[in-house]
Ligand binder design. Sequence first.
Ligand SMILES: Cc1cc2nc3c(=O)[nH]c(=O)nc-3n(C[C@H](O)[C@H](O)[C@H](O)COP(=O)(O)OP(=O)(O)OC[C@H]3O[C@@H](n4cnc5c(N)ncnc54)[C@H](O)[C@@H]3O)c2cc1C
Length: 384
Amino acid sequence: MSLDHRLPEELEELRRTVEAFAHDVVAPKIGEYYEQHAFPYEIVQEMGRMGLFGLPFPEEYGGMGGDYLALGIALEELARVDSSVAITLEAGVSLGAMPLYRFGTEEQKREWLPKLCSGEMLGAFGLTEPDGGSDAGATRTTAVRDGEEWVINGSKCFITNSGTDITGLVTVTAVTGRKADGSPEISSIIVPSGTPGFTVAAPYSKVGWNASDTRELSFSDVRVPAGNLLGEEGRGYAQFLRILDEGRIAIAALATGLAQGCVDESVRYAKERHAFGKPIGANQAIQFKLADMEMRAHTARLAWRDAASRLVHGEPFKKEAALAKLYSSEIAVDNAREATQIHGGYGFMNEYPVARMWRDAKILEIGEGTSEVQRMLIARELGF
Ligand SMILES: Cc1cc2nc3c(=O)[nH]c(=O)nc-3n(C[C@H](O)[C@H](O)[C@H](O)COP(=O)(O)OP(=O)(O)OC[C@H]3O[C@@H](n4cnc5c(N)ncnc54)[C@H](O)[C@@H]3O)c2cc1C
């Protein structure tokens, strides 16, 4: 038996399509959106038309019938050019639509998934709260059953895709009771945008991902139908652990793309920029930086594809997803730092894509589980 490193033809075709889209459509426009901290509706609409938001979902729900490998391929190619559009897709699919697909009733899937898959609507996932993200079990938001409704109170912070003009819902985790040992019982509940008492704050001013939407949410006696419960009552903790395990593969693919984008931009620049009468790339010191950057991006790609392949084949993938997320996010930061260095002063100018990559890299070590949390998960898998 042999290990085949090549992508199947349909995935290679998807990769080429998204690569061309990122180059031809995203690259020329995204800098302006980023500078203005504006959400790129036009680009997102086009991504929807291409079917990217439906990539890992079955056709019967409006999806493309692909899987997490397909999603990862698309995310990597987008992030080679820009991370704001990539995280909009990642959060829209992995956090917005996937919980509904994995845990929703048939009715919930039929109601929401076609719109989420077409990109005409975005979904969000509200787990993190102002008092804590890593310790997600310490959720304070509550949902109390009152007749045929849930009444939700609390707040969530840093929620991606939660306040755009096309956001249709946020799935929130909330304490719905106590177990026999007194620990909180957490459930996931779908809150449609515009529900009275559900307030979406203005977008945060962020260091990076400036063309993506991130907001704080508050819930004051928000009433939603009892049928908006996602899956079984009390299963919210297990649900979001699964969603985050999968999401880590997507973030790893995105981080790999950013790391590769740093190589692309830096190789080009090192050949063009002259110092001391020759291209800076003629210096071995620069070549070695580029070789190390390429090595890191390549290794990160193998790691996320390995985790995605395990997921797709129904094998355990928790450790591999954590390894891929940890490694790719840390090397994305390394590559972004080196790319900026190779660009010299121009690397500090926002008009250069590597400046954007530098600003966008850091959050990859924080979102969907910090590097410390990934190390905790890996150590746990090692028996600690
Ligand atoms: C731009 C952006 C988008 C985001 N999008 C979403 C979203 O869509 N949905 C959502 O729910 N959340 C989202 N988040 C939240 C993100 O997942 C959290 O910020 C992240 O999980 C960390 O949580 P925290 O910020 O509360 O940090 P904390 O949990 O307070 O951690 C602070 C520091 O302490 C460390 N730490 C904590 N516990 C331990 C420990 N036991 N051992 C060692 N170190 C520890 C952490 O690693 C970190 O370095 C987003 C965040 C940002 C910035």
